[in-house]
Design a protein around this ligand. Structure first.
Ligand code: NAG
Ligand code: NAG
Ligand code: NAG
Length: 456
């Protein structure tokens, strides 16, 4: 990879989120919390949204409201709570109209009675299509419409979902450019109970589109871009139950949906301490190692097994014993890499949510050096950038910073860059960051759009 290889294509991985905007600003849960620098933490948008709802008397669940009254003179289908018809006292918006809904619904005649989040309104508006006729509804209390559950939902859950589509040909997943050559679909439960079939039942995934459309989209993407690998990300901050990892179920899901493998996103809690020997030891060492081993066993090569690794996970020993910032996750990758690193195809370093050189002392180029010391060859290491805002630490990636990291990756012979997350809105955009990486890594066709325009 990079300047030394010359023959292999550079890698660029990106996460396509199934769960967690539809236009709203959302952030993933906190990833690193070194005590000494907590004061520097920026507010977590999800926590803020939650607090705002709580302050308005909402205990923390999806509020249940009485169905809206029928508008004068018309018989309306009754909406699920907490949707309101535009024009009612609690839903004063006038822009989300039946006329827009009806235009949107024109081609959905065969699909029965169903709600669709209106992407143009950041999903605060939903269109209900009944036999081709459209009705507009508005979510209350700052919630957004979630197609997957057909109800208004916390903005956090909705923050990065891909839009609903009726067929693979119009899906964002199937239309990704070739420079995104590893696509991680997120997130699946480690303790999955999926037992076969074209369904998301038992997976924890809440894709907006139907399972058959997602499966066809994976196949179409791979047909269009034969070098692209599509992985299912297991775990993430929301699904930490690795003790009950069901590798059989995960492998069955991978095979049934035509994935190329699995990304182990182990984000369970951990505490790492330095032993008298100088070695780091973490409470997550055994379960993290076991997860990689079990998933590799269930998915032998040529299936891919990768891991999303913590920013400061390769710190704590040797040259990096005192690298900053230090926290409970310092060194969390080390023992897993020593025991099971050879089983991994790529290590996708979540090089964000850790502050920056001026606040916490975190330097992505230093994390790259550390990871390449423990992961050989270094071409297995990809460095992550996050579309702002970051969940913790207040660092804001810029295009020049992304270019500098890509240049460091290239100079080191590392594999490439990883982007969190494809569908996350922010400035700079996922598109700008991806194209910057594509250009610096000297990949092909960097002007291709990252995501096709969302319908609705
Ligand atoms: C949305 O997120 C909250 C907090 O994580 C969770 O309690 C809730 O169940 C989620 N809703 C759905 C529909 O997943
Ligand atoms: C794992 O998932 C399979 C379905 O693939 C199911 O039959 C099995 O009971 C699950 N195992 C456990 C321990 O939950
Ligand atoms: C780049 O785009 C051209 C023209 O669309 C296409 O023929 C070629 O296959 C693309 N290359 C890659 C690597 O996608």
């Amino acid at each position: 990879m990079g300047p030394r290889g010359g023959t292999t294509a550079p890698l660029f991985a990106a996460l396509l989120l199934a769960v967690a905007s539809c236009g709203a600003v959302g952030v993933p849960p906190i990833r690193v919390t070194p005590a000494q620098v907590q004061a520097a933490a920026v507010g977590n948008a999800y926590e803020q949204a939650r607090a705002a709802l709580a302050a308005r008397g909402n205990g923390g669940g999806i509020p249940v409201k009485a169905p809206a009254a029928a508008a004068a003179g018309t018989v309306r289908p009754s909406p699920p709570p907490p949707l309101k018809r535009p024009g009612t006292a609690a839903a004063a918006a006038t822009t989300c109209t039946d006329a827009l809904a009806t235009a949107f619904c024109a081609d959905k005649g065969q699909l029965g009675d169903r709600f669709y989040a209106a992407v143009a309104f950041s999903c605060t508006c939903a269109y209900r299509c009944v036999n081709g006729r459209g009705y507009a509804y508005i979510c209350q209390d700052g919630l957004q419409f979630n197609n997957a559950i057909q109800a208004c939902d916390w903005p956090y859950n909705m923050s990065w979902t891909d839009p609903w589509v009726s067929s693979a040909t119009s899906s964002q997943l199937a239309s990704l450019p070739s420079y995104v050559n590893i696509v991680c679909v997120a997130f699946m439960l480690p303790d999955a109970s999926y037992s076969g079939g074209v369904t998301f039942e038992g997976t924890g995934l809440s894709f907006s589109s139907d399972a058959a459309v997602v499966k066809a989209s994976i196949a179409l993407l791979k047909k269009r871009n034969p070098a692209t690998k599509v992985l299912i990300s297991v775990g993430g901050a929301t699904y930490p139950n690795w003790d009950e990892l069901n590798a059989t179920s995960v492998a069955l899901f991978v095979k049934t949906f035509g994935f190329d493998g699995v990304d182990v996103d182990f984000e369970g809690t951990t505490t790492c301490t330095r032993a008298a020997t100088g070695r780091m030891a973490c409470t997550s060492d055994a379960p993290y190692t076991r997860a990689v081993q079990l998933l590799r066993k269930a998915l032998p090569q040529p299936y891919l097994v990768t891991t999303a690794a913590w920013s400061i996970g390769a710190y704590g020993e040797g040259l990096w014993a005192n690298s900053k910032p230090q926290g409970a996750n310092t060194g969390m990758s080390l023992n897993m890499l020593r025991s099971a690193g050879s089983l991994l195809d790529y290590v996708l370093v979540m090089s964000y949510d850790a502050g920056d050189k001026t606040t916490t002392g975190y330097d992505p180029a230093e994390a790259l050096q550390a990871y390449c010391h423990y992961v050989q060859p270094c071409s297995k290491v990809l460095m992550g950038v996050q579309v702002p805002p970051e969940a913790w630490g207040g660092a804001v990636i810029t295009v020049p910073k992304a270019q500098a990291l890509a240049a460091a990756v290239k100079a080191k012979g590392a594999g490439g860059l990883m982007l969190w997350a494809l569908t996350k809105p922010g400035t700079p955009s996922a598109q700008q960051l991806a194209q910057a990486a594509c250009n610096v890594l000297a990949m092909r066709n960097c002007t291709q759009p990252l995501l096709r325009a969302a319908a609705g």
